[in-house]
Design a protein around this ligand. Structure first.
Ligand code: GLA
Length: 403
């Protein structure tokens, strides 16, 4: 599992990673392959060997070691950090078999700690916003430190994305991945109750990246909203705008927001608006329309009320993104009631990512499956309360493919 290559080189590809003949062959020999040969190879390596390795990634200022786990099915290779249980890289072939990293991130820990707008992170205790950081539960009022104007975003100033999670390798004959666990003490970031969260990321031989969330609380009831904040550009990280990506999003309604991106409480129909992606539509087609919600969000930064039918392991189809030039797709299924579709509006070119390219506005999208934002302050929204003795579970699957 160890070698003496510099870290950048080590992280390059499954071939360099020494992940074994099947993985290295599948990933490195696809470069100039014809579509037919790739399809044949994909079929072959789709049943390829599942492999995983662990390498040191960095050390926090407090002296805690952070590891990177890299797992592959011979075609798709995922790298994840124990920092924030973060998806660092997703390397997957395009329709001609060319493998690129399609996920935004950094190659070093200090950049994650200082700059990251939640790239690939597991977000909690409460993903998305809580108005003024305040909510009342069982007659007690709780205050979360605000970090987004007057509101709390993604768990407050130091959310789960900035914690080092414990990692345990998961490997069966069907899947490979990592189970990450973080215990959040009672009162951390103002939230009540000691919350134990285990988030298990596994890759199967069909390119399904499955995320299983499980949480229990001790001592007091709490609220929670766990998600992952991976950003994708399906043409490859750092290659420019996602305006041309085509999105199909199964939602009849969305939750309009005020100027602070807090839901007004209304569930508004998408029909006849730039928020209707029930028919596949390029993301950039209407993003500059003068719809007031697009002005508030500087683009799409809204929670959609998912309305697809369960059709995949009991999970509902939520969305499919397709990049027509290279042909990559990512399809999302989830048990969650909502998803925040964010068109990378706040990326402003101020830093460079893992491939040394600046990320500018609209260079990536995130699709954060979740409960609705600010649910603790909206009794009409599906509840985000978790009580001692209860177990919270949810599942989201990202499926990588080509079309
Ligand atoms: C979420 C929010 C956005 C933005 C990003 C992180 O998607 O809804 O407004 O804050 O996180 O930059």
């Amino acid at each position: 599992m160890s070698d003496n290559l510099p870290r950048r080189q080590v992280l390059r590809t499954a071939g360099a990673l020494g992940l074994g003949a099947a993985a290295a062959g599948a990933l490195s020999s696809t470069a100039d392959a014809s579509p037919d040969r790739v399809a044949a190879m994909n079929a072959q390596h789709g049943h390829g060997k599942l492999e995983i390795r662990k390498d040191p990634f960095g050390t926090t200022p407090e002296g805690v070691g952070v590891d990177v786990y890299t797992f592959t099915n011979g075609r798709t290779t995922i790298s994840m950090l124990t920092w924030g249980a973060t998806i660092q890289r997703v390397e997957t072939p395009d329709r001609r078999g060319r493998v690129e990293n399609i996920s935004l991130g950094f190659d070093n820990l200090p950049d994650y700690a200082a700059l990251s707008p939640y790239f690939g992170a597991t977000v909690g205790r409460y993903g998305n916003r809580i108005a003024k950081g305040k909510f009342t539960l069982d007659g007690h009022t709780y205050q979360i430190p605000v970090n987004n104007g007057e509101n709390a975003l993604h768990g407050g100033t130091i959310g789960f994305d900035k914690k080092v999670w414990k990692a345990k390798v998961v490997k069966t004959d069907k899947v490979v991945g990592v189970a990450f666990t973080y215990v959040s003490p009672d009162g951390e970031m103002g939230f009540p109750g000691e919350l134990t969260s285990t988030v298990t990321y596994t890759l199967d031989k069909q390119d399904n990246l499955r995320i299983d969330y499980l949480a229990t609380v001790a001592g007091k009831p709490t609220v929670l909203n766990l998600t992952n904040h991976v950003y994708f550009n399906l043409a490859g990280e750092g290659t420019g705008s996602i305006d041309g990506h085509v999105l199909e999003l199964k939602a009849a309604k969305y939750t309009p927001v005020d100027a602070g991106l807090i839901p007004t409480g209304e569930l508004a129909p998408v029909a006849g608006t730039p928020f209707d992606f029930n028919t596949p539509t390029a993301i950039g087609k209407r993003i500059r329309d003068d719809h007031p919600q697009l002005v508030i969000g500087r683009g799409y930064d809204h929670n959609f009320v998912l309305s697809g039918k369960p059709d995949h392991d009991g999970l509902r189809f939520a969305a499919r993104f397709w990049e027509p030039t290279e042909g990559r797709t990512v399809t999302v299924h989830t048990s969650q009631p909502g998803a925040q579709f964010y068109s990378g509006n706040f990326l402003d070119g101020t830093f460079q990512g893992i491939g040394n390219k600046s990320y500018r506005q609209g260079d990536a999208f995130a699709f954060e499956t979740q409960h609705f934002p600010d649910s603790p302050d909206h009794p009409t929204f599906p509840s985000t309360v978790l009580r001692p003795g209860q177990t919270f579970t949810s599942t989201t699957i990202y499926t990588f493919g080509t079309k």
